[in-house]
Design a protein around this ligand. Sequence first.
Ligand code: TXA
Ligand code: MG
Length: 336
Amino acid sequence: METKQLIYQNNMHDTIEEAAALLKAGEVVAFPTETVYGLGADATNEDAVQKIYRAKGRPGDNPLIVHVADKEQLETLVTDYPNYVDQLIEAFSPGPITYVLKSNHRVTSTVTGGLGTVGIRIPKHPVTQELLKACQLPVAGPSANLSGKPSPTTAQHVMDDLQGRIPAILDGGLANVGVESTVIDCTKEIPVILRFGQITQFDLEKIVGTVHISDVKNSDTPKSPGVKYKHYVPEVPLVLMDEDDVIPFVQKEKALGKKVGVLTTKKDDINIGIDKQFIIGESIQEMAANLYHILRAMKQTDVDIVIAYGFTKEKAGSAVMDRLCRAATTNYSLKE
Ligand code: TXA
Ligand code: MG
């Protein structure tokens, strides 16, 4: 199948109409959002939803986020929810936040992963908003990458992964947040963060008081199945380490004839035989916006390994730290 690129520019609404028509016909279409590109299909159409899993190679027990245009449309998909959800929607939606609510089963059970709950997001990106209004459907949409690859922040990233596997991509330019939405379980008295994103625990607590963080590692049945998978695996090994370990590590790798890259916040004149620097930026926003592009770009260079050092939650924020830790190779021994 040839993948058509529908490039949205200069208010070319026909590209949006074409993407909406494909969704209404039960096809999958990649679309831009402010966080990352999504791979969309009608959330009420089981055959259409199955096409998402096939195109991505995604495990079947991992539920999908459903995108809606506004709060009214959200309410058509769920049963009752706690009052704090109204406050969160008022403060953060449209935007990079997903609410896990009790499903009224209008979306297919494949979308909910059989959990009885549905993750719903009201995206802010103007092109996504127009697309949702044009198709009048709740649109199931995981990130538009092959399963296990970093999420795509440009239409080109989507093409690199899914060309020939999907009928069309709606190209709306760069996804500028860069990391996926904050996911919050809103089925309990106290909201629980299931996945970190641009909207932080601190931001949420300012609006609704106490917010918990899911302890995925200590739970037998993770509330958010996606977090148990090791996402974002770059093709070049990425190793996180303390600053003190960098010099001996680089020396050892160089002695083995390896080419070594570093992931760093700004251009550094370190003279320790580094072959390539990947500069991610100094603010939390810049780091988030550049991270996935860099993880993808690493394999287009000739480095054999990349080291990242000096990244902390304070400097990089919870979302970037979470994604860096997931991308990192954990079985790479410093001692060997
Ligand atoms: O920013 C985003 O959220 C992007 C854009 C395209 O909107 N979407 C995205 O979707 O990242 P995806 O499918 O790659 O990640 C969805 C995450 C997974 O970790 C999944 O397990 C969790 O949300 N999730 C979805 N529905 C859920 C539910 N009903 N209960 C618990 N977790 C859910
Ligand atoms: Mg994803």
